[in-house]
Write a protein that binds this ligand. Sequence first.
Ligand SMILES: *Cc1c(COP(=O)(O)O)cnc(C)c1O
Length: 401
Amino acid sequence: MSGNVNREYFDKYMVPCYSPAPFIPVKAAGSRVWDQQGKEYIDLAGGIAVNSLGHSNPVLAQALKDQIDKLWHMANGFTNEPVLTLAQKLVNATFADKVFFCNSGAEANEAALKLARKYARDRFGADKSEIIAFKNAFHGRTLFTVTVGGQPKYSADFAPLPQDITHLPYNDLNAVAAQISDRTCAVIVEPVIGEGGVLPADPAFLQGLRELCDKHNATLIFDEVQTGAGRLGTLYAYQHYGVVPDLLTSAKGLGGGFPIGAMLAKEAWAQVFQPGTHGTTFGGNPLAATVANSVLDQLDETLLGGVAERHQLIVARLEALNAQHGLFTAIRGKGLLIGAELAEPLRGKAKTLTNLAAEEGLIALIAGPDVLRFAPALNIPLEDIEEAFVRLERAVVRILG
Ligand SMILES: *Cc1c(COP(=O)(O)O)cnc(C)c1O
């Protein structure tokens, strides 16, 4: 059955909006993956910061199996036990008073942006609609979120686009201070820009955004789709930075590989979404909520405490590789979201390098054409990291020829 399926099917039967690797993963455990031919890979991509507890996590699997025999789906005309437990856990663990569940990061941001627009309109009138966002930011692929994202190449083809969105340089508080006004409805920011190149915010930048939003009654939204669920060593990045947003979006790692998204809100904001104003069929589905509950239960101090150690090891190995081969102009990031910007002669060749790395048995990510990105499982064994860098060096030697 599955033995006959091959990579050519993708080109034949699937909309070509991706260019997947030439091999097809069929099995995975922890941070190791095997393809159809039985070749093994170490996974430093983590399904793009999603498989926060590794592949085939036995505790997640058991939780899901137990729920599968009970209740799959009722839609939101009914609530369910797993989602109520999950909401309580997120409220108890964060600044939030209320949670809205959906199925992806884009949907969580769509909800936050819509909510911010309605909050401003309800309280201050229709003229307060400007959304301030940042260049190189990524917020998802719905028309609203892709327009708010800071890479026009992803939105221009879909015009006409949602209006009144301003893009400013990231980490430039003066630019925000010059632009923000009482017309500004919201500021949306990634605490560490992920897809756009792994760029951490300066603490003073986030603190300054908080103050400017307070001054102008604008909603501060942290897009923590990539930085959340333990990735920086705290449950959410806002806790690492000590700056509290009004709305926070979560997805990716929250489900450990099962699709779920969440928007966390302070009480006054939550009240804007009354019955009928927003919703989703699948959001907060019992299966997804069960898995997310199990993810949160496992993100204890030991697991989160191990993030710093893994960060240091990866950075040390990147620095060693750099000392040996002179590959990078910068190594940056926080927790287990790490980027390495390629120097000449490898500029623009991040994808070529990760392709070669895959041939050597290592799965890594890129963040734009110039940046290698690493977002492994938070519990990746240290020896897997060591072995990963042996394999990466083999790829580096090949690309340098
Ligand atoms: C991945 C990502 C999104 C989009 O999430 P999807 O689940 O792909 O819709 C939004 N914001 C950030 C910061 C992301 O990294």
